[in-house]
Each structure stands twice: as C-alpha cells, then as structure tokens.
Write a protein that binds this ligand. Structure first.
Ligand SMILES: Nc1nc2c(c(=O)[nH]1)N[C@H]1C(S)=C(S)[C@@H](COP(=O)(O)OP(=O)(O)OC[C@H]3O[C@@H](n4cnc5c(=O)[nH]c(N)nc54)[C@H](O)[C@@H]3O)O[C@H]1N2
Ligand SMILES: Nc1nc2c(c(=O)[nH]1)N[C@H]1C(S)=C(S)[C@@H](COP(=O)(O)OP(=O)(O)OC[C@H]3O[C@@H](n4cnc5c(=O)[nH]c(N)nc54)[C@H](O)[C@@H]3O)O[C@H]1N2
Ligand code: SF4
Ligand SMILES: [Mo]
Length: 726
C-alpha cells in the first residue's frame, strides 16, 4: 500500500454499479469484452434510476481530472469532480462543468454527413453509415493502390484518451501504410528539450508544490489552464511561500503572485542564463550535486558567465533589479520549485530556453527536496502504458517499411505541395479526428487554401461543424467522453485513469475507435486486432506491473508508485543517470533570438513593430467550447490586449475594432486597452473559430509555419504585427 496519500487509499470504494472486484483480467487480440461485471450484469449504460459513473476528463490539460457523472433516466444530469481523487479534489474547471451542455448541444453532429456545397461553405446532407463508409473506403482504396502515403491522418488532442486518440486509428493507418504524422503542434519543443536534458518527460510530483517555499510559475497561466495546480500554489502561499510569475502578459495568475517579470516573448533563455550568472557569482551553488549528477557543467558555467543581468535585462526588456531579486530568491530559498509550462516554448528558441531552465534546479540542488525541482510534464512516468506496441501496432506497417512523416505544424505548406522528392506524393486524402486544424494550425491562409483544394478528399470525425469540418467531403459523428470507453495517462500528475461510458451514444454517433474498426473491415483488414472492442483496449492500455488495475477498475484511477523526491540523489533516466548539458547534436544550450524580431529581422520589425502572442482564453480549450453559449458569453468577443502607450500611439481607444496585420494576412477584433499587455507586445487571445470572427478569420491568420530550434514545433508566439483602427 502506498504511503504518500494517506487515508484516501485506505479503503477502495466501489462507485460504479458494475465495479469489479476480481483479479485483473488479461486478454488477447480480438476480444470484445473484458469487463466481467458488464458481461454478467448486461449493464448496458443508458437507462434506469440515478447512478454515478466514473470517468476521466478527456481534454488537453495537465490536470486530467477524475469525473463523477450522474445519469438519470438515461441522461447525464451532472458532471462533477471526484472528491476522492487527490489531484481533482472534487473540483472541475468551468469549461468541463459544462460538459453536458456541450454534449447535448443542439448543433451536435449526430448523423454522417456528405458535402453538397462548396468546400468551406458547410452545406451537407445526411447519409447512412453504410453509404458513407462504403464511399470513404472506396476512395481510400483507390488512392492507396497508387501510394498509401498520399493519405494523411491529422489528429491531436481533442481527446487525450489512449483508445480514442491514437488507439484503433493508429492500427488503421499503420496497416494502410499511410503517411505518419509528427504531432508537434503543442509540446514537442519543450518535450524534446526535457528529454535531451533528463532522458524523459519527468519531474516533481505536482502535489508537493504545496510544500514549496518559492514557486516560479514560468510561461504558464494556471488560473486559466491548470486550476488544480493553482490551488496547490495557493496552499503554498498561505504557508508563506513566495510566488513569481514569468510571463509577458499580466495574467490573472501574474496579478496574484508576489513578483511578476513581464519579459519580452522569446527572451526566457537570456533570463535563465542571467539567473545562472548570479547563482555562480554569489556561490549559491550545490557543487556536490553538480559534480555527481550533471555532465558538462563547466561549459554551461562558462556560457552563463557571459550573461550578467544587465545583458539579460536589455534582451528581456526587464528592470535589472527584478532579475537580481529573482536570482537572490531562487539562490537562497529552499525548497524552490519551478512550474514550467508550454507557453514559453512557442518561439524559435523555445527548445534551448527549456534546456536552460530545466537545469536550474541542478545548480542549486533543489532536486534534493521533494518540494523542490521542476515540473514541465509528468507523461514520461507512464512507462507501463502499452500504447506504442499494443495499442498502436506499428508492426502492422506493410513490410516493416516506414512511410514518410508529415509535420502537422506545416500542414498549410504541405497541402499545397506537388509531388516531389524528398516530400513524396502530393497529399490526396486527409482523415481528421480530434483536431480543428483550420482554426488552430499556424498561417491559416495557407491551411484554408489547402483544405479548399477540390482534388483533396477530406474526412472529418467530429462533434460539431467546426471550421475544419466545413471543408470535409464527409463528416462522421463522433461520441463524446460521456458515450465511450477510454483510458488516460496525464502530463501534470501521475495517476492513470479509466473512463466508462455513462450513456449510450447520442443519435448515430460512434466512437473514433469504432469508426476506424468499421473502416478497417471495409478496407479488408482481417488482423484480429481490428476486432478488439473499445472496452478491451481501454482496460488493456496499462501494464499491471505498473498500474494497479483493480484500483483502476474500482475507483476509476490508480496512482503510479514512484519515489517521493525522484532525483534527490540524481538517477535521471539518461544513459548514465546524469543530467545532460552538452546534448549530442544540440551543443551547450544558449539564448536563441526569435525568428521575427528587431535583432533577426530588422526590416520586418520596422514595418511590424509589435510582438503578438496568442495564449488560451480562460473559458475555451484551444478551439473547443467556443460554441458553448454560456462559455462564449463569458469571453464575449475576440480580443487584442494592448498597452495604453501602444494604443495611444495608434489612436486606438479601448473597445475599438482594430485591424491586426502582417504580410500573411489580417485579423479584425476588439482592442482591450490596459495593463494586461506590456509595451511592445499585443495579446490576441485564442483560439476562436474563424467563422465566428469579425471578418471570418482568427489569430492564426497572422502566425507563421517556421519551426522551433528543437522539436519541429510551431512558433505561434514569435510573430510580428502592426495594429490600426479599423
Ligand atoms: N482554459 C484553458 N485551459 C487550457 C487550454 C486552453 O486553451 N484554455 N489549453 C490547454 C493546452 S492545449 C495546453 S498546451 C496548456 C497550455 O498551458 P500553458 O502552456 O501553461 O499555457 P498558458 O497557461 O496559457 O500559459 C501560457 C502563458 O505563457 C505566456 N507566454 C507567452 N509567450 C511567452 C514567452 O515567450 N515567455 C514566457 N515566459 N511566457 C510566455 C502567455 O502569456 C500565457 O500566459 O493549457 C491547457 N489548458
Ligand atoms: N495561435 C495559437 N494557436 C494555437 C495555440 C495557441 O496558443 N495560439 N495553441 C496550440 C495548442 S497548445 C494546441 S494543443 C492546439 C490544439 O489543437 P486541437 O488539438 O486541434 O484542439 P481543439 O481546437 O480543441 O480541437 C479539438 C477538436 O476535437 C474534437 N473532439 C473532441 N473529442 C473528440 C472525440 O472523441 N472524437 C472526435 N472525432 N473529435 C473530438 C473537438 O470537438 C474539437 O473540435 O492548438 C494550437 N494552436
Ligand atoms: S479541462 Fe483540465 S481542469 Fe478542466 S476538468 Fe479537464 S482536466 Fe480538469
Ligand atoms: Mo496544447
């Protein structure tokens, strides 16, 4: 029995009526039910009196909450947080509290649709599943006969479930020999940087932040994007901890911290180097930790000594005193913890900046304490998920060949490319699920032009007619988390979760996995793995050696057993257990200036002098929930936050309609003039649907497709614009 969670682990309680108490079942390919309780009780969800079903939030959010879903007469009447699941603590964010409103939304797509209008127009006619699947299979077969790589799957994290994201879909595309997709749109710059330094995406346990004495909230706005972490930071604050926000925007979070460093977007690497400089100069170093657990410290030391705080202050646009003060706090407070998040890696130098920041706890030995160190992602702790080998079956690739890889972040350019070496065949078909690329991918002008191609065959699995679905030849109705099975890992905590269906699929909706299963049959794929049910895949997603499957079934979640202070004595998951400074092929990390800035592109900066970032809006989740009336009402309309000096210089008043533009296009929205924006930086809050925009576009009309230094990721927040009154 684990010791770190106290009473909440003492007595497993059965919540779902079909709670399973027997030994964990294992299974082979092709099974249709693994849950004996379901089989025995015939407990098809969907009718009867009030009952509570255990679920998991499917969204792309570090908190991965455990849900309790109340069903009455076959209808979900309440979606609440599980009070017994420690990271959830009975609390959900505003968005997912409205999950029932989203699922029963009158505009939900509930039958297969075939396009009757022009691409992008959004005019469709209902068709039967048989007609849709037959025609889709026929089209895909014809393309695959020429070259299956001309077919591209496009998906991200609409659901993060191991089954409904890349479970059956991956089996399908592997067997087909379709192009592979490099899923870079969110986290690969920081993720790859973390792996280059520590060997895996691992860090502190989130719950120990409550005991920290100093917390740096770096490139993150947890009141918006990780409310459960914010709760822990508040606990620490009540116990006397100092909170620091490092963020160009004066967010709700920054307002509530003791210190806010509103640096220029893309200057985090310079700040980290200056902090190292001060740690060295004041001897706030843990020499023993550095000597025993870090490779390459002398080279990093030499580099950091080139970055006195004066130099960083100029690059970051910060008062010198703030940098000096932050270094003193970080060098002298124990335990000190950093909650780094992905907001700061969406710039050209994002990867190098992450490599520098994640090394800071090695300099001070902060890792020695369980409430010290750093957390960017915890997903690497989930070693036991059988995702790659069993869920996704890469061995199904025909003849063991590796098809070409398309980077999802350059889909605009790639859709417009002709067949050519080394690119390969022109993209002839796209199958989109769990993503809304027309709204969220960079440089939408090109993305839209690509999706509008008449010779492109596009299938979109969706809940709603999004900007992307409007361009589909076929839209297939997908189930929501209330209607399907899934298993979830997390990237902000270390609990595995199970999601059981609470209700029957609405209308004719089918789960993503079921849709790919049916398509596989029509394509003639006969491997037994295509007969695995969603339930078998969800219950088989975890390795019993790592995850307590009985707990997962009974409570809906199970904590991974991990050391309290994982790197107190080094032992990073690298080849020799030591942190890496000079990574192969990457060198010693350094400050890398933005693609677009006065230093790199002075002529461009003269024409477009404002830096634009486009962080998430509080009531949306990327482009999800934009169509939920109560949440949209809270966000009101697409906004561009501007500093009063920048607004005055352009004759722009608060509330005025403005035109934001650069060489890639323009975007109309309302100016919000005030202290949220720092001088020289505008904040275009995302990600609205284009069709709801004032002139049919959103912030991504302005972003570009150039990639980060590490991880092949987009640099959304590395973007120069000009603004004028419209
Ligand atoms: N409500 C809500 N929650 C979300 C999401 C959402 O859209 N809405 N999105 C989810 C997803 S997909 C993700 S990946 C996570 C994102 O989680 P985070 O990456 O933590 O995103 P945010 O919390 O918005 O933090 C980004 C912050 O970084 C700041 N920032 C921008 N550029 C820079 C920079 O150059 N340096 C520094 N230091 N800061 C910078 C922005 O102003 C913003 O406040 O959140 C998830 N949670
Ligand atoms: N300018 C700018 N652009 C950004 C960002 C930014 O900060 N600024 N953030 C970026 C980031 S961090 C990310 S992660 C990406 C996010 O990009 P996406 O992963 O595309 O996220 P969403 O926009 O939420 O779109 C997810 C879609 O999946 C659908 N969906 C949800 N569940 C299911 C399901 O079970 N089945 C099917 N078939 N569909 C489902 C939803 O209805 C929704 O339309 O956007 C990126 N784009
Ligand atoms: S979006 Fe995040 S905070 Fe909201 S319910 Fe889901 S996991 Fe929890
Ligand atoms: Mo993301």
């Amino acid at each position: 029995m684990r010791t770190d969670e106290g009473a909440s682990y003492a007595a497993p309680r059965v919540i779902a009526p079909w709670g399973f108490a027997g030994p964990p079942l294992w299974h082979s390919d092709g099974m249709t039910t693994a849950d004996p309780a379901i089989a025995a009780a015939g407990a098809a969800p969907g009718s009867g009196a009030s009952r509570v079903v255990q679920g998991a939030c499917p969204h792309d959010c570090p908190d991965t909450c455990a849900l309790r879903i109340t069903v009455q007469d076959g209808r979900v009447v309440r979606v609440a947080g599980d009070p017994d699941h420690p990271p959830t603590g009975g609390v959900l964010c505003t968005k997912v509290s409205r999950y029932a409103e989203r699922s029963y939304h009158p505009e939900r797509v509930l039958t297969p649709l075939r396009r009757v209008g022009r691409k992008g127009e959004g005019r469709f006619e209902p068709v039967s599943w048989d007609a849709a699947l037959d025609e889709i299979a026929a089209r895909l077969k014809a393309i695959a006969a020429r070259d299956p790589q001309a077919i591209v799957p496009y998906s991200y994290a609409g659901t993060m479930g191991l089954v409904q994201a890349e479970g059956m879909a991956a089996r399908f595309f592997h067997r087909l020999g379709a192009s592979l997709l490099d899923r870079t749109i969110c986290a690969s710059a920081g993720g790859d940087a973390l792996v280059a330094t520590y060997g895996a995406k691992v860090g502190m346990h989130v719950q120990h932040f409550a005991e920290s004495r100093l917390i740096l909230i770096w490139g993150s706005n947890p009141i918006t994007s990780s409310v459960h972490f914010w709760n822990l930071a508040q606990q620490a604050k009540r116990n006397g901890a100092t909170l620091v926000a490092i963020d160009p925007r004066r967010t709700d979070t920054a307002e509530k911290c003791h210190l806010h460093l509103a640096l220029r977007p893309g200057s985090d690497g310079a700040l980290a180097l200056a902090l190292m400089h001060e740690l060295i100069r004041h001897e706030w170093l843990d020499h023993d930790y550095l000597a025993r657990h870090v490779n390459g410290w002398p080279a990093l030391r030499e580099r950091a000594l080139q970055w006195p705080p004066e130099r960083a202050a100029a690059v970051c646009g910060l008062p010198l005193q703030q940098i000096v003060e932050l270094a003193r706090l970080y060098g002298t407070t124990k335990p000190a913890a950093i909650r780094l998040n992905y907001g700061m890696q969406r710039v050209r130098g994002g990867g190098n900046a992450v490599r520098l920041i994640v090394l800071l706890p090695c300099l001070t030995g902060a890792w020695r304490h369980r409430a010290g160190g750093l957390l960017l992602s915890s997903s690497g702790w989930f070693l036991g998920r059988r995702r790659d080998a069993w869920l996704q079956r890469p061995d199904l690739l025909p003849g063991g060949r590796r098809p070409r890889t398309i980077n999802m972040s350059t889909i605009g350019d790639d859709l417009l490319r002709e067949a050519s070496p080394p690119f390969g065949p022109k993209i002839e078909a796209l199958v989109v699920y769990n993503s809304n690329p027309v709204a969220v991918a960079p440089e939408s002008g090109k993305v839209v032009a690509g999706f509008a191609r008449d010779d492109l065959f596009t299938v979109v699995l969706e809940h709603f007619l999004t900007d992307t679905a409007d361009h589909a030849d076929f839209v297939l109705p997908a189930t929501t988390q209330l209607e399907h099975w899934d298993a979830h890992s997390a990237y902000g905590h270390t609990w595995a979760l199970l999601n059981r269906p609470a209700i029957e699929p609405l209308g004719q909706a089918k789960s993503n996995a079921e849709i790919f299963r049916l398509l596989a049959a029509r394509m003639g794929f006969t491997e037994p793995c295509f007969a695995d049910s969603d339930e078998v895949m969800a219950l088989g997603a975890y390795d019993p050696a790592q995850v307590d499957l009985a707990s997962l079934r009974e409570r809906g979640w199970a904590k991974l057993e991990l050391p309290e202070a994982p790197f107190a004595d080094g032992g990073f998951p690298t080849a020799d257990g030591r942190a890496v400074v000079d990574a192969p092929g990457l060198g010693v990390p350094d400050f890398v200036p933005n693609h677009e800035c006065a230093e790199t592109t002075p002529a461009l900066a003269a024409r477009y002098p404002l830096q634009m970032i486009s962080p998430p809006a509080r009531h949306f989740l990327n482009s999800s929930f934009v169509n939920v009336a109560s949440l949209r009402a809270a966000e009101r309309e697409p906004l561009l936050e501007m500093h009063p000096a920048d607004a005055a210089a352009r004759g722009i008043a608060d509330g005025a309609t403005v035109r934001v533009f650069n060489d890639r296009g323009e975007y109309l929205c309302k100016a919000a003039v005030g202290a949220r924006a720092r001088p020289g930086v505008v904040n275009g809050l995302g990600v609205w649907w284009r069709k709801d925009g004032l002139a049919g576009s959103n912030v991504n009309q302005l972003t570009h497709q150039r990639l980060t230094d590490i991880g092949r990721a987009p640099s959304f927040y590395d973007c120069l614009v000009e603004v004028e009154a419209a």
